[in-house]
Write a protein that binds this ligand. Structure first.
Ligand code: ADP
Ligand code: ASP
Ligand code: MG
Length: 417
């Protein structure tokens, strides 16, 4: 007998019919002799709808406020709570036993970083007790509870983190991530029509792809899967096809130079001008930003003739409301001569592959393809397994298609030439 944790994303539980289909899948897995835990997301676009509702309330009658983060989590956590109850009802309606739990009910304790909380511990006993009673256990994704008892959420796409964390604490045989595409593709199949499904991809490549915009899996979930060696299978909830396995790297993966391409569509470049060019300034700036729990992407520093420097970095558009007060205050504290600048029409296109460690010429091929298509590169960053270019948002979809084409990703596996 195995233990399988399955997660159904928003589209896979968007209405009564789909909830019944997901329930049927969980029951079939149990009937094959497994213990089954099911993690669910909020139905369809309901998390977006809740965010929209909060915006409406906070801008009502001409006011212009940002919702307090604690209250936002209190609101967003309701989305998943709806689905767990409905899923348990669907399983019951199909003649099987199930019990649903919120994050708090299984002691999924997080820190108190509202909207981006990190999981600290999970009380697995309650889950095991119910599995031993023969029930399918349904757990709300995306949410946790602080030691003080406040509701938290784990960042957008956070049900992936719940899936992997539950899989890790229960030592599951497999974590199945059911979504609305057949697996991980060489690029977002909704943008690149000839993107190809990948059979197996390493944790490190998936980490890069997720961090660079492949929103099919949340980056933190992949980090967790890698750390605890959780076998992760991404597949389509609407068919029986084999999906993509995310696994530890194997030696033959190095033959593949580029495994995939990814796009971040909505970036903002923050520029702080004329800061003193002396040791400790960058540490102060980025230390303060990290304390505010904001993830910074690329950093560029230009030293001027007058012993000052301009420091630029990119952040996701969604972080603008959080970063603006932090940066405005930083600039005041540094005695800044000019106001910080926020440029918001940027995107980032990237290619990823473990084979880049041992093969050269990848950067040149990418830059040439973008140049031939008249896409201007505004900044370049690299790691040993990725190359990223900041470009204009207007060029985003075109650039993804171009780099996908440049490495023949749709046709076959791009090997060394
Ligand atoms: P769920 O609600 O099931 O969690 P998401 O919408 O969060 O689903 O993630 C699935 C979506 O991720 C796909 O519909 C696809 O458009 C997008 N996506 C982006 N990059 C990739 C990729 N490389 N492979 C597969 N899907 C991708
Ligand atoms: N419902 C949450 C979101 O839309 C969590 C998730 O679906 O993973 O981000
Ligand atoms: Mg998702």
């Amino acid at each position: 007998m195995g233990l399988i944790v399955q997660k159904f994303g928003g589209t896979s539980v968007a209405n009564a019919e789909r909830i019944h289909r997901a329930a049927k899948r969980a029951i079939a897995t149990k009937e094959r002799g497994n213990q089954v835990v099911v993690v669910v997301s909020a139905m369809g676009d309901s998390t977006d709808d809740l965010i929209d509702l909060a915006k409406q309330v906070c801008s009502y009658g001409g006011c212009d406020t940002h919702p307090p983060k604690r209250e936002m989590d209190q609101l967003l956590a309701t989305g998943e709570q709806v689905t767990i109850a409905l899923m348990a009802m669907a399983i019951h309606a199909q003649g099987h036993e199930a019990i649903s739990f919120t994050g708090g009910q299984i002691g999924l304790v997080t820190d108190n970083a509202f909207s981006k909380a990190r999981i600290q511990s999970i009380n697995k006993q309650r889950i095991f007790d119910q599995l031993e009673h023969g029930k399918i256990v349904i757990i709300a994704g995306f949410q946790g509870i602080t030691p003080e008892g406040d509701l938290t959420t784990l960042g957008r796409g956070g049900s992936n983190a719940t899936l992997v964390a539950i899989g890790a604490v229960l030592s599951a045989d497999v974590c199945e991530n059911f979504t609305d595409v057949d697996g991980i593709y060489t690029a977002d199949p909704r943008i690149v029509k000839n993107a190809r499904k990948i059979e197996r991809i390493s944790y490190d490549e998936m980490l890069e792809l997720s961090g660079l915009g492949a929103s099919v899996l949340q980056t933190r979930a992949v980090e967790f899967a890698k750390k605890y060696n959780v076998p992760l299978h991404v597949r389509n909830s609407q068919n029986e096809n084999e999906g993509t396995w995310i696994v530890a790297e194997t030696p033959n993966m190095e033959h593949i130079v580029v495994s995939g391409a990814a796009l971040k569509k909505d970036l903002i470049r923050v520029t702080i001008k004329s800061v003193p060019d002396q040791p400790g300034i960058a540490a102060d700036i980025f230390g303060t930003i990290a304390e505010a729990n904001i993830v910074v992407d690329d950093i560029i520093q230009n030293v001027m003739d007058d012993n000052t420097a301009n420091i630029s970095f990119t952040v996701e558009h969604g972080d603008l409301a959080d970063i603006k007060p932090v940066v405005d205050k930083l600039v005041r504290d540094l005695g800044g001569r000019s106001a910080p600048n926020y440029q918001s029409d940027l995107a980032k296109v990237s290619v990823v592959g473990v084979g880049m460690r041992t093969h050269t010429g990848v950067a040149q091929r990418m830059f040439r393809a973008l140049a031939d298509a008249k896409v201007n590169i505004q900044n370049i960053t690299t790691s040993e397994i990725k190359i990223s270019c900041i470009i204009s948002k207007d060029d985003a979809a075109k650039a993804l298609q171009i780099v996908h084409e440049a490495f023949d990703l749709g046709a076959a596996i791009a090997t060394a030439r």
